[in-house]
Design a binder for this molecule. Sequence first.
Ligand SMILES: NC(=O)c1ccc[n+]([C@@H]2O[C@H](COP(=O)([O-])OP(=O)(O)OC[C@H]3O[C@@H](n4cnc5c(N)ncnc54)[C@H](OP(=O)(O)O)[C@@H]3O)[C@@H](O)[C@H]2O)c1
Length: 286
Amino acid sequence: MASRLIASSLESTVKLNDGVIMPLFGLGVYQIENNCPQLVAAAINHGYRLIDTAEFYHNEEGVGSGLKQSGKKREEIFIVSKWWPSREGAQGALKTLDRCLKGLQSDYVDMYLLHAPQGGHCAEAYRALLDAKKQGKIRSLGVSNFGVAHLEALAKLGLDKPSVNQIELHPWQQKKDIVKYCREHDIAVMGYSPLAKGHRIQDKTVGEIAKKLSKTPAQILIRWSVQNGFITIPKTSQESRLQSNADVFDWSIPEEDMKVLDAFGDKPWSCTWNPTNNTLKEAGLQ
Ligand SMILES: NC(=O)c1ccc[n+]([C@@H]2O[C@H](COP(=O)([O-])OP(=O)(O)OC[C@H]3O[C@@H](n4cnc5c(N)ncnc54)[C@H](OP(=O)(O)O)[C@@H]3O)[C@@H](O)[C@H]2O)c1
């Protein structure tokens, strides 16, 4: 059973099912473009140790430059990137991985994810990426947006378990069935869009809890994710927000307020796409 570790600082880590040690908190860089190097360097200098990028974000190169600018050693920073599953299958995944490493200016990426169960060739790509892992190009292989059926299909194919599943998680989108399956099968749960993309930052109830605890609404949402034991990667394009978004470790949301936030999940609402229901055929996992 995967442990439900609650981060107590920016340096807190979890040991994944493949033995790799991963930070529990980091910066997501979706839609970070021109200022990516400066932002990544600033985040690292602030103490962030995990950066979440993807082929789809077109900023792996910016992340690599930011890492260089920060002056930290490569092995001190944990970089997650993702392949956008397409009809190109295994060959496409390997080519994309090589481009990722070039962009990062690194011989390896710490974690590589299949971005979603789509494209019709996930099983063959996953096999190819397991080989790339053996060659040392990837330290840890995981998935994103996989539903329970996709995870079961991988297991049925006899393929190594993914180390993490990265899914949309915030009080309005709790995906309890997927979280339960992952925890029962020692797959770490990584939440994305912890701020629900900012769309509900003005929510009245979140505001009231924030006021009561003398925190910002953003800190309440980020802390909800941390307190649930999810690997948490809030995005901001603003250096001025890096610090407050990470000031979520030396306090907690009382149980009664967690219950109020948890109840938002009774009326699920998603701030983004939801490929977790794609068919096994769409994924290429039959
Ligand atoms: N695997 C997937 O399919 C997938 C999908 C979505 C996201 N992700 C990953 O998860 C990361 C985070 O998710 P996300 O980018 O979708 O959204 P998010 O982190 O939920 O929210 C980001 C939004 O919140 C705003 N924000 C940040 N800090 C704030 C604060 N202190 N007060 C008020 N607003 C604040 C940001 O604006 P500013 O930039 O102006 O601060 C931005 O508009 C992504 O960057 C990406 O790495 C993965």
